[in-house]
Write a protein that binds this ligand. Structure first.
Ligand code: CMP
Length: 139
């Protein structure tokens, strides 16, 4: 077993019908799905999830955007999961994302950037626990 990261397919990508294509890229890159659900955040839950960004100028917009429609949340497993997933999704701003990355292909803007990926092992564990109990995980 490898280690884990956490992802969300964001409202822009979900609404556009790109969830399946994104999950296919994720599986083809060698990530195993450990937990997954379609859900919707309230503004309060989005605020809690992105608490670390609460002093940033984009925080309010981000919380409104992330609660604007359904998302998919998932825990993924692979060796070197956090770093390899960030390589697969590309830079936060799709304008700076490498060719062939998920954000380059699917993101609409720096805010509506198709997917989230944890930035550390510690945050991956915190973010996974935000959405999933032990009984909702396959391992
Ligand atoms: P994510 O990786 O989910 O982490 C924080 C999110 O804030 C980011 O993706 C974007 O969706 C959003 N965001 C909006 N504006 C900015 C910005 N200027 N810099 C970083 N993140 C931003």
């Amino acid at each position: 077993a490898g280690n884990r990261t956490f992802t969300m397919i964001k409202p822009d990508a979900f609404e556009a019908g790109n969830s399946g294509a994104i999950l296919k890229m994720i599986e083809e890159a060698g990530f195993k799905i450990i937990a997954m659900k379609a859900t919707r955040l309230t503004p309060e839950l989005a605020g809690k999830f992105y608490e670390v960004h609460q002093e940033r100028p984009f925080y309010k917009d981000l919380c409104a955007y992330m609660s604007s429609g359904p998302i998919i949340a998932a825990i993924l497993e692979k060796d070197n999961a956090v770093e390899d997933f960030r390589t697969l999704i590309g830079a936060t701003n799709p304008a700076n994302a490498a060719e062939g990355t998920i954000r380059k292909i699917f993101a609409k803007s720096i805010e509506a950037n198709a997917v989230h990926g944890s930035d550390s092992d510690e945050n991956a564990a915190i973010e996974g626990a935000f959405y999933f109990s032990q009984t909702e995980r396959v391992g």
